[in-house]
Design a protein around this ligand. Structure first.
Ligand code: FES
Ligand code: FES
Length: 165
């Protein structure tokens, strides 16, 4: 089996790890870097629990990504979103709008929503539902998640507008 030594930046912290050629990014994040906020759901690209953001908020399923292909990349997990004690506006909205029940889908759902809002700051309900289609939630029925994304969008747009004024 081939080994590769790769450099990753995880939530702003440089990490050097030796990985097998067939190891997924999800395995490496959870087992070698102890980044257990990234969840293992299906392992086959169906549920979105393992979502992480690469570079500029590009969401990927880490269960389908070979770790060796990520050499030199910056990766954000949900643990990297808060600034100190201050939650990211999307996390804050998920809490305030009761969009979290068992919480298993939440890291992936939050990261995917961050990616959506960075591409499209004011998505319609339909756009939100469409973008989050690859993220499965077995608890909430999705309505509260959609509301949370809408409220995060409002807060972020207002905040950005306030900055510009
Ligand atoms: Fe990766 Fe389900 S664990 S998509
Ligand atoms: Fe339980 Fe979404 S809150 S799976």
């Amino acid at each position: 089996m081939s080994h590769h030594t790769i450099n990753l930046t995880i939530n702003g912290m440089p990490q050097t790890v030796t990985v097998e050629g067939n190891q997924t990014l999800l395995e490496v994040l959870r087992e070698q870097i102890d980044q257990t906020d990234v969840k293992y759901g299906c392992g086959t690209g169906e549920c979105g629990a393992c979502t992480v953001l690469v570079e500029d908020n590009k969401p990927i399923n880490s269960c389908l990504t070979l770790a060796a292909t990520m050499d030199g990349r910056s990766i954000t997990t949900v643990a990297g979103l808060a600034k100190g004690q201050e939650l990211h506006p999307v996390q804050q909205a998920f809490v305030e709008d009761f969009a979290i029940q068992c919480g298993y889908c939440t890291p992936g759902m939050v990261l995917k929503s961050v990616a959506l809002l960075s591409e499209n700051p004011e998505p319609s309900e339909e756009e939100i539902r469409h973008y989050l289609e690859g993220n499965i939630c077995r608890c909430t029925g999705y309505a509260k998640i959609v509301t949370a994304v809408q409220n995060a969008s409002k807060n972020m747009v207002q905040y950005a507008g306030g900055d510009a004024a």
